[in-house]
Ligand binder design. Structure first.
Ligand code: MSP
Length: 511
């Protein structure tokens, strides 16, 4: 894969219920990284989709008295529509019920058989349908006569059935070597340590087929077994590039994946099973797995089974999509859990969007419209305070690519909003409105620099709040096709003479 290609994925979602804020969070986060790379001149391929096989889905379909595929068609469509509601820029949407996916899974299975990594035996142990995961006896607690996983809290059932196994135990050392060689394969570092400790404690062979239900991809040559839904699901990242066609241009360009964005609940699958399957099949593992924390409601994970869900569609309807995107990205700390509430959402909209960035744009645009007929011409004289704003801004932008490359979106956003704060302060201190008669040249310079700052902030915020920033940039005559980050390398964004378009209110303050 060339340096300039970037393949990024979200988890593929179980269509076992309607999408909620947790799903929205993973998807928006991945979208922000995808959009940032695009404006940094990468060829980006951004994938999302739905994970449609397994017992969890079969049971959900039965509950709805629908054939599983019909059931999946309905809910997968809701997830696909959500990509529009969330303003995701995904290039593809994969469903694991598609033919292209079946082909990949079959091929991967056959490779694992050929390499001698799969054998037939019997599984006896605990299984959580809700997590589609096997748990060891030491990961189980009993409450009121029922058994639960200590890892996820979900209920488990005892399973005994014929099963194919993947020789995960034989990959322990190779995985540890792999983590050691690829220091940033797992981010943030706390998650990496968690995984390394888990692997060091010893890995057991993994059951990779089930015989007690039918909704899944059949094991090639053995109809009694369906392939374990996680082996099936993880392969989506390859299927979307038309694997096993190794000469396919998508595969050649984009594999290995640059970044899988996932929640911490599915860390083991992505950082232990997935690289082990790939190494065994002699396919390069992905370059990075970034695991984010949970969206909490109070101090509980927001989830369907807990019934504490904030509906993203209702929030978008009431407050707007950029407002929701900004809030989620700002509020949830890097790699950690974040509690969200309507009150905090409203505070965030007022403080950062309406009073800070929105106010900066509005005050400068309306001043120029009312006093300068929408035209600003800059001279070559630069005052000390202008120089200071430029150098303070440079100091804040210097690290932004590094922050984004480490998926540290919170610190990235803090820096950008600080630039907006400094620019507002500069305008307050310089009082261009007092120079209208006395020093037009200086007034024009202050306004021009403010516009250049607005352009920078808008470009930097574009990955997070694409709709509003496009409006601002359009009024500065920057079409969305030409939004890019070359100013980080010292290029000026605006020409010396700027003609502004009109700009309507961007963010309504919430009272
Ligand atoms: N289908 C699997 C993923 C397969 S990827 C090859 C799955 N699906 S899921 O629908 O249950 O959840 C997918 C992801 O949604 C989680 O990993 C996480 O990224 C996100 N979230 C679900 N609930 C969440 C929160 N409350 N908070 C943040 N994200 C969480 O697991």
């Amino acid at each position: 894969m060339s340096q300039n290609n970037f393949y990024i994925t979200t988890p593929i979602y179980y269509p076992s219920g309607n999408p909620h804020m947790g799903h929205a969070y993973s998807s928006i986060l991945a979208d922000v990284f995808a959009r940032f790379k695009r404006i940094d001149n990468y060829n980006v391929h951004f994938l999302t989709g739905t994970d449609e096989h397994g017992l969890k889905i079969q049971k959900a379909a039965e509950k709805n008295k629908l054939d599983p595929l019909k059931y999946c068609n309905n809910i997968s469509k809701i997830f696909r529509d959500l990509t529009k509601n969330l303003n995701l820029s995904n290039d593809d949407f994969i469903r694991t019920t598609e033919v292209r996916h079946h082909k990949s899974v079959n091929d991967l299975w056959n490779k694992l058989i050929d390499s001698g990594d799969i054998y037939l035996s019997k599984y006896k142990g605990w299984y959580s349908v809700s997590d589609e995961a096997y748990y060891n006896s030491d990961e189980i607690v009993e409450k009121n006569g029922k058994k639960f996983s200590t890892f996820s809290g979900s209920q488990v059932e005892w399973v005994e059935e014929d099963s194919f196994f993947f020789k995960l135990s034989s990959w322990e050392n190779k995985l540890l070597e792999f983590y050691d060689k690829n220091k940033k394969f797992i981010l943030p570092a706390t998650r990496k340590n968690e995984v390394i400790n888990f692997v060091k404690n010893g890995l057991k062979d993994l059951s990779v087929s089930r015989t007690s239900f039918t909704w899944g991809i059949k094991v090639p040559g053995n109809d009694k077994h369906v392939i374990y839904v996680w082996l099936d699901a993880l392969t989506n990242y390859l299927s979307a590039l038309n694997y096993p066609n190794l000469s396919d241009s998508l595969y050649k360009k984009f594999w290995p994946a640059s970044l899988h964005v996932i929640g911490k609940d599915i860390l083991r699958f992505h950082t232990i099973y997935w690289p082990a399957f790939l190494l065994a099949a002699k396919i390069k593992p992905p370059l990075r797995v970034f695991s984010h924390g949970w969206i909490l409601s109070g101090d509980e994970k927001m989830s369907k089974s807990k019934g504490n869900i904030l509906n993203p569609l209702e929030i978008i309807e009431k407050y707007g999509i950029d407002q929701l995107r900004y809030y989620l990205m700002k509020e949830v700390p890097h790699g950690k859990d974040g509690s969200i509430s309507l009150k905090n959402l409203e505070n965030c909209i007022n403080s950062d969007l309406a009073n800070n960035y929105g106010n900066l744009c509005q005050r400068i645009f309306s001043f120029i419209k009312n006093n300068c007929e929408n035209k600003v011409i800059k001279s070559t004289n630069i005052s000390d305070s202008e120089k200071k704003l430029i150098s303070d801004t440079n100091a804040l932008t210097k690290n932004l690519r590094v922050l984004m490359n480490d998926q540290d979106l919170n610190n990235y956003m803090k820096s950008v909003i600080e630039i907006s704060f400094l620019t507002n302060k500069f305008v307050n201190d310089e009082e261009p409105w007092k120079l209208k008669k006395s020093n037009k040249e200086k007034m024009n310079n202050i306004l021009h620099l403010s516009l250049e700052q607005i352009a920078k902030i808008s470009i930097l915020l574009h990955p997070v709040i694409p709709t509003s920033t496009e409006k601002v940039l359009k009024s500065l005559n920057i079409d969305k096709k030409f939004i890019d980050l070359s100013f980080l390398d010292g290029k000026k964004i605006l020409s010396n003479a700027v003609n502004l378009g009109d700009l309507n209110i961007l963010f309504k303050k919430i009272n």
